[in-house]
Design a protein around this ligand. Structure first.
Ligand SMILES: [Zn+2]
Ligand SMILES: [Zn+2]
Length: 220
């Protein structure tokens, strides 16, 4: 792998040294309680629903993430996804396991990649993370979802456009157990997680729990 041969720089801050330096690792904003019980958004006190998820029909029961999606996490995740740095999957999984309680579920699955993007990068971050989490949590990981059509990248789209972009974009195949954990690298507005969770629900899942490495925290 190319990234083993190059002199190493921290992906978060560009300092010489490991792929993620100690300062960046310590600086990760871990998302712990209090939070919204439904969507995992940090809140001042525990709430059942929050201003971000209240009034939305969500196909997933709960969403949880390990760290806030701010700098340098953005840069680390971008490198993980765009450069296919597969060693980041066990690193990210270690942080998820530290922060997020092990879900009670029959199987882990992941948001599937766009075919073109996957071929180009050779490593799919959500799948890599799901496989590492499966190992840590002692659960099977299975590719239950497929894309029904290519979608535009969600980046740069507003919330409504994100929802339209991924609506109906996923279909589940095979036997879907009643309780599923859906893994993705980042939860931004929840549009992708929701569309993928609906496909799992349509195929028979009764409860879908979303677990991501990072979560965008919007201030309003
Ligand atoms: Zn750093
Ligand atoms: Zn919420």
């Amino acid at each position: 792998m190319l990234d083993l041969l190059l002199p190493q720089r921290c992906l978060g801050c560009s300092r010489n040294g490991p792929q993620v330096c100690a300062a960046c690792a310590v600086g990760l904003r871990r998302l712990r309680a209090p939070m919204c019980a439904r969507c995992g958004r940090p809140t001042a006190w525990p709430v059942a629903r929050c201003s971000e998820c209240g009034g939305r029909r969500l196909a997933f029961a709960v969403a949880r993430a390990a760290v806030a999606y701010d700098d340098p996490v953005r840069r680390i995740v971008a490198a993980w996804k765009e450069r296919g740095l597969r060693r980041l999957a066990p690193w990210a999984a270690g942080i998820v396991v530290d922060v997020v309680a092990r879900p009670e579920a029959g199987v882990l699955t992941f948001v599937p990649p766009d075919r073109d993007r996957r071929l180009k990068r050779g490593h799919h971050a959500a799948e890599g993370l799901a496989r590492e989490l499966a190992r840590e949590w002692g659960l099977p990981a299975e590719p239950l979802l497929a894309r029904t059509r290519p979608s535009r990248r969600q980046r740069g789209l507003d919330q409504g456009a994100r929802r339209r972009n991924v609506r109906g974009a996923f279909a589940a195949s095979g036997r879907v157990p009643p309780s599923v954990v859906l893994v993705d690298d980042v939860y931004t507005t929840g549009a992708t997680a929701n569309a993928a969770a609906s496909a799992l629900r349509r195929a028979g899942a009764r409860r879908v729990e979303v677990v991501t490495f990072a979560r965008a925290i919007r201030f309003r």
